[in-house]
Structure formats: C-alpha cells, structure tokens
Design a protein around this ligand. Structure first.
Ligand code: M6R
Length: 608
C-alpha cells in the first residue's frame, strides 16, 4: 500500500520519479504527487486518480526541472482519495516536505499538540502531522529533527523528507514499512520497493528498522536511532522487474498470504489504546446498542464466510440474534429489518454490486448500517452510516486472503467492544481476549514459517477431480472458505458440508479414493468430528485433518494431519484459514493455473 520514491542526481528528478512511481503502481493507489527542489524552494504537485493525471499536470515532469525530489502513490487510509489528501505534505511554512507510507497511530494527540504550538493542518491524513512534527524539531540539523520526531511517533512508517534549507539531500527512515535505497553513479534513489529504480541500478542498501538515512547524489550516511553513524552493506539485485514487483513471490496471492501477520497487526493495534478497544464509531453509543433487537450481516463470497464466523461470536458474546444473508439474496428475502436492526455490510472492494444493493435496501428499511471495508472511499464505505476499515492494504490476487483475515479481526474487535458496552464481558475475559488478539500476528508468522508439509499434501492431491471439506459450527464456515479458495483458483470441483449432514445425503458421494479435508479446530466438537472421519474412512476416503498440535486421537484416525500451533479457541478461525489458503495455492500452482487471475472471475464484481 502506497509507494514512495526519491531521487537525487544529475538528471531531471521529476522524470525519474514519475517513471519510478509507474513501477510501483502494482501496489494499488488512488492519487499521486511529487515534490521537487527548485531554485525558489520546494514545488509540490498532487493529483487524485491515475499517474497520467499527475503527468499531465506537470507536463510529464517538464514543469519541475530540479534534480532532487520525492514522489508518492497513495492508497487512501485516513481521509478520502483527493488532491488535498494526496502526498507529499508540507509543514506549515513549507520548510519540510514529506512522503509517508504506513499508519501513524497516535496522530490525533500529536495533531492536538502541534495545533497548540500554532501549526495548522490542511488535509484529513495522519501523515501531515509528520511534516509538522519534524518542522517543530528542526533547528538546522535534518537528521536530528527526523530522529526527534520519530521518537514521538507510534505506528508504522517509511518516510522520504525534503528540507528547504538543504536542497541537496533526502532524509529517509522506516519502521514496519519497506524502504530500500538504490546506489547509482553520482545519483541515488529511495523507494518502497526495488522495481521503482531497477532500470537505473541493481545496487541496493536495505535500510534497517528505525535507522535514518541521509541520501545525497554522491553519498549515503546512515544513523542508528541514537544518532550514531552505522555502516551499511550493499547488495546486488539479480531478479527481473516482474518478480520484484511481487516482492520475490511467484504470485500476488502467495505474497498476500504472507502479508497476513502485518495486515492483522495494522488492523488491530491502532484500535487498542491502553488496554481498551476504540473503534471511533461516532454514532454507535450505548443507547443505540441497548436498543438493538437483532443484527444482520450481509456480504458475498469470502466476505460472507467471514460473516458466518462473526455470527457465532456475536451471538455467543452479545446474546443478540444475528442473521447472515448472502447480499445477492438479501433484497429478495423481504428482510425483517427496521430501525432497531444493525446491518453489517462486509466487503473488501467496497464496490460489490450485490452488497451495495443490500446496503441500500437496509438503509431504505431504516436500519443502522456499518460497512467493514478495505478500500477507502469506495461506495460501501461512503454510503454506510459508519465504516470500519480493514487495514489489509491493496489486495491484488482475485482470491482474497489477507482481506478475509482482517475482516475477521474487525469483527472480533467490534463484538468485544459491544459486549463490553452491554456489560456482557468480564474485565478478565476482555483482557484475556485482547492479549490473544495481540499474539495472533505472531502465531500466523509461526504457521507461515514452514509450509513444506502443506506443499507435500498438495502434491498428493492436485490430480483429484473432487475434494470435500467437512466441519461443524465455526469449522463449517471454514470448510466453505477452504472449498471456495480451492475451486476458484485450481478449478477442482469441491463441496463443503456441515459434517453432521453427511448422513443426510452427501455420504453417497464418498467412495474409495475420495479426498475429504476434515476441519477439527474446535475442541468441544472433536469427538463428533472423529466419528465423522471414521464414517468417511469406512467408505474408503483419504482424510486430511486440520487440528491444533497435540490434539488427541487425530493422528490415529486421519491419513494426514495439518497442525496448527497451540492457540486460544477464540482466534482459531483466523489461524486455521491460512493452511487452507496455502493448500489451494499449492494445488493450483502444481496444476499450472493462472492463480492471480482465475478464469471467469473479477476482483470487484460490480455487476448484479
Ligand atoms: O470485495 P468483496 O469482499 O465484496 O468481494 C466479495 C466476493 O466477490 C469475494 O470475496 C470473492 O468470493 C473472492 N474472490 C473469494 O476469494
């Protein structure tokens, strides 16, 4: 999400920067901008929309002839996509100009602090505080100013900073957001990703977390967080551009699967402030929550599966009836929705036509609506009464992975927050759940460390014609998602069943050699699932079970077991979907499918 570039050298910086930004387009963006040192100060141009608009505004860069500058493609998070919110952002007085990628979690208190010092703000972004904070700390030394500002910032950032007083340099810094430096002959670069400058140089330096770099045409200095100069190591890039744009992964889907720990962290951590969930929903107060008679969740595809998981949690913790409806069916159901109904609308793209239509219908019926959306400023985000964004970043592969998991994270937070307001969650349980949520990204990372067993299982299964997924309760929702993921990218026919339904018809499909993936992530249902596994095995099925490590008996009944690291029940759905995503991915890869763009499917389904 967002792309940063910077150039200093003998060429016209704007031309290099516009070209470099084009190589970062794959990251997704809705606006762009550029800032160049000119003889009379730093000039900034910004534009909503495609890079072409910025090209037109700057006459392909010709209007900005300077040799030092920074550029940005923005994926809106705080504030709608607009010229005003696009980067670069200048400090009040324009001594400092910045581009930023990441999320400044404490931007509101910082903004308050800076406003009290007389600073003014012109955008709705979290990033603008960075320009003003650096300006506040600036007394002639750029590195000191950036270091001092970073000490006060909570969150993630990759930064490129220009100082009017220092027209020969760019200051760069990063924390939990990528930034690389490119070394040329008499010219140097910064960028969020290597392909931005790969055409100009293959010599790179990876900036370490929290270090601050000073990049000049003829030199690079790097300082640690204490201001001490540190040595750096130069690397040579061997990849070609197309591989690098996927960060070295063969497909966007795999890259996005691996981004899940980061995406979950970004979605959860800014919303937990001093041990308390803060959703920032202005109109969802205690009176409204107490008046709720029911909750509806509506969505399509994987987002609908998230809703199914959400329903179980919400009913358990809130004791309010929750219905989950496919958005494509919602309108035809004559839904019993009124002013005492909360309708949650879940969508990665925020543009799915059926989901948007369901939202409009819910509003027409007088319901209070909340969108859980990934794309900022999208139709659903704009039209819902309130929106909770999932900070997954742009998802490019058609098969959703990281967006799914961040939607779940938002539902957990929302459920806990409502349960708390209704007085239905004890302090200790609340604190315990928050702790489990905080540990979730690390557990996902652990799971992703070794995928060799899943790859092996995919090699045993990729030639199958049919694959069945079975599970109960939350694992039934998981079965639907695992099966959808597999069929959409591998084109293998797949069915998902509530395991208890086997005996009501499905069992007739099971024959020697059938592959059944049995989801056994809920301890309280283990005995039942073991008996379901025995039932299909008795008909000759091969069974792969998914269960937490050290689950009793499972190794004895299943042919193969995919194990999950030990975890609390609460977070099981977020963790257990990952092996199913990987299984689908490796099966499709072995079949040579077009994984990121499966046939007949679109990322945003904008037709009903
Ligand atoms: O953008 P949305 O979340 O509204 O999209 C809904 C579905 O189209 C989407 O989840 C689809 O099922 C995915 N391709 C599944 O991987």
């Amino acid at each position: 999400m967002c792309g940063i570039v910077g150039y200093t050298g003998a060429r016209q910086a704007s031309e290099v920067i516009l070209d470099a930004l084009e190589h970062l387009e794959y990251r997704g963006y809705d606006s762009s901008g550029i800032a160049i040192h000119e003889a009379d100060g730093i000039h900034v141009e910004k534009a909503r929309g495609r890079l072409q608009v910025l090209r037109e505004r700057t006459d392909n860069g010709a209007k900005l002839p300077g040799n030092v500058g920074i550029g940005h493609t923005r994926w809106a998070t705080h504030g709608e996509p607009s010229d005003r919110n696009a980067h670069p952002h200048a400090s009040a007085g324009s001594r400092v100009v910045i581009v930023h990628n990441g999320i400044i979690e404490n931007y509101l208190p910082l903004q308050e602090f800076l406003a009290a010092q007389g600073y003014t703000f012109h955008s709705q972004t979290d990033s603008e505080v960075v320009a003003n904070l650096i300006d506040y700390h600036y007394h002639g030394d750029p590195v000191e100013a950036v270091r001092a500002a970073l000490v006060q910032i909570k969150g993630s950032y990759a930064l490129g900073v220009l100082f009017t007083d220092h027209p020969d340099l760019i200051v760069a810094a990063r924390k939990n957001s990528p930034l690389v430096i490119g070394l040329g002959e008499g010219e140097n670069y910064i960028a969020s990703d290597i392909p931005a400058f790969l055409k100009y140089t293959r010599r790179i330096v990876r900036l370490r977390e929290l270090d601050v770099a000073v990049v000049r045409a003829n030199g690079l200095e790097i300082y640690d967080p204490f201001g001490n100069p540190v040595p750096y190591t130069e690397e040579h890039v061997e990849w070609d551009v197309s591989a690098a744009e996927k960060g070295g992964y063969e497909h966007f889907m795999l890259k996005e699967i691996y981004e899940q720990p980061r995406a979950i962290r970004d979605t959860i951590s800014p919303r937990v402030v001093e041990g308390k969930i803060e959703l920032g929903l202005q109109s969802l107060d205690e009176a409204r929550i107490r008046s709720l008679k029911q909750i509806y969740i509506t969505a399509c595809g994987s987002s609908y599966h998230v809703g199914m998981v959400g329903r179980v949690f919400m009913e358990r913790l809130l004791h309010i009836p929750v219905r989950v409806e496919l958005a494509s069916e919602f309108r035809y159901e004559n839904p019993l929705v009124d002013a005492d109904t909360l309708v949650l609308v879940i969508s990665q793209s925020g543009e799915t036509a059926d989901t948007l239509a369901a939202l409009r219908e819910a509003k027409r019926l007088g319901a209070y609506t909340i969108g859980i959306v990934n794309v900022v400023g999208s139709a659903i985000a704009t039209e819902a009464d309130e929106v909770l964004y999932t900070w997954a970043g742009p998802e490019i592969a058609v098969a959703t992975t990281k967006a799914y998991n961040t939607q779940l994270s938002v539902l957990y937070l929302m459920t806990m927050s409502l349960a708390r307001m209704l007085g239905r969650m004890e302090d200790t349980t609340y604190a315990e759940y928050l702790q489990q949520l905080a540990q979730l990204p690390d557990l996902c990372e652990k799971l992703l460390q070794d995928t060799s067993h899943i790859q092996y299982l995919a090699s045993l299964c990729f030639a199958k014609d049919d694959i069945f997924f079975i599970g109960r309760n939350l694992d039934y929702a998981l079965a639907l998602e695992g099966s959808l993921k597999l069929k959409e990218i591998s084109y293998i026919h797949s069915e998902s069943y509530a395991a208890g339904e086997l005996k009501h018809g499905t069992i007739s499909l099971i024959q020697p050699g059938s592959l059944v993936i049995a989801l056994c992530t809920q301890k309280r249902l283990l005995e039942r699932m073991i008996s379901d596994i025995r039932t299909v095995k008795a008909r000759g099925a091969m069974v792969i079970a998914l269960a937490e490590e050290n689950t009793p008996f499972i190794q004895d009944v299943a042919d193969h077991v995919i194990t999950l690291p030990a975890h609390a029940d609460f977070v099981a759905p977020s963790l257990s979907v990952i092996p199913l995503q990987l299984f689908a991915y490796y099966v499709a890869a072995l079949k040579g499918c077009d994984i990121d763009k499966p046939r007949n499917l679109a990322k945003s389904v904008t037709v009903e």
